[in-house]
Design a protein around this ligand. Structure first.
Ligand SMILES: C[S@@+](CC[C@H](N)C(=O)[O-])C[C@H]1O[C@@H](n2cnc3c(N)ncnc32)[C@H](O)[C@@H]1O
Length: 212
């Protein structure tokens, strides 16, 4: 009844590839800066939790070799239709963050934008192991994490799971998971990586670039 996947399917249900305007919705500034500074021409990139492909589209248009995974069938259908309509090349698959359907050392880069905020701690830890597995030894990963802490109004709409993750039980976000990480929790989560950069935007979003 409060399945997080159903929440995301509801979010993506109304997407129309004919009217969706990627120039308004995205890409994220962090993604643009990361592409400029960390990726070589033709890099093979996995957009993990790609949603409506606002970042994947940008990266494909820049000439990168783009793959996307999301557990929302509606999101993945939309990404495929959108890439077809724009005659862009991309490989989009439904799948879970913590079981990436690609072999070891397959990607030069993984980007996971606004995704780790929406899973439990156990899934986040398993996802980090999977990212490490699919990256080449010289690869990089870009994460964003929501600002910390958020206001109490949000907490009022959610129940807190034993690991501290919030699960929304009221309102339009019913079913959504939301986990707040302190900076030290993020560093602990990413202990299997070498952190190359850890910065905060003016709004408090944490942007992390790490190497396996
Ligand atoms: C806030 S959206 C971010 C989408 C996209 N990265 C962006 O920046 O626009 C979070 C995405 O994570 C996906 N997601 C959440 N939990 C997931 C899981 N366990 N496995 C796969 N995808 C998941 C959702 O379907 C959704 O597309």
């Amino acid at each position: 009844m409060f399945d997080p996947k159903e929440y995301w399917e509801r979010c993506f249900a109304g997407l129309d590839d004919g009217t969706y305007d990627v120039s308004i919705i995205g890409p994220a500034d962090a993604c643009i800066a990361y592409c400029d500074r960390f990726l070589g021409h033709g890099s093979k990139i996995l957009d993990l939790g790609c949603g409506a492909c606002n970042n994947a589209q940008y990266m494909a248009q820049r000439g990168f070799d783009v793959y996307g995974i999301d557990f929302s069938h509606k999101a993945i259908d939309f990404c495929r239709r959108r890439f077809n309509a724009l005659t862009l090349s991309g490989d989009f698959r439904t799948g879970s963050l913590d079981a990436i359907p690609f072999p070891h050392s397959f990607f030069d880069s993984v980007v996971s934008l606004a995704v780790m905020d929406h899973v439990t701690l156990a899934t986040a830890a398993a996802t980090c192991r999977e990212i490490k597995r699919v990256l080449t030894t010289t690869g990089t990963v870009l994460f964003t994490f929501a600002p910390f802490p958020v206001d109490n109004k949000i907490i009022d709409e959610a129940e807190v799971l034993p690991d501290g993750t919030m699960k929304f039980i009221y309102g339009v976000q019913k079913g959504m998971l939301f986990r707040q990480y302190s900076d030290s929790e993020i560093r602990y989560l990413l202990q299997g990586f070498t952190i190359a950069e850890f910065t905060h935007t003016d709004h408090g979003t944490r942007i992390i670039i790490a190497r396996p």
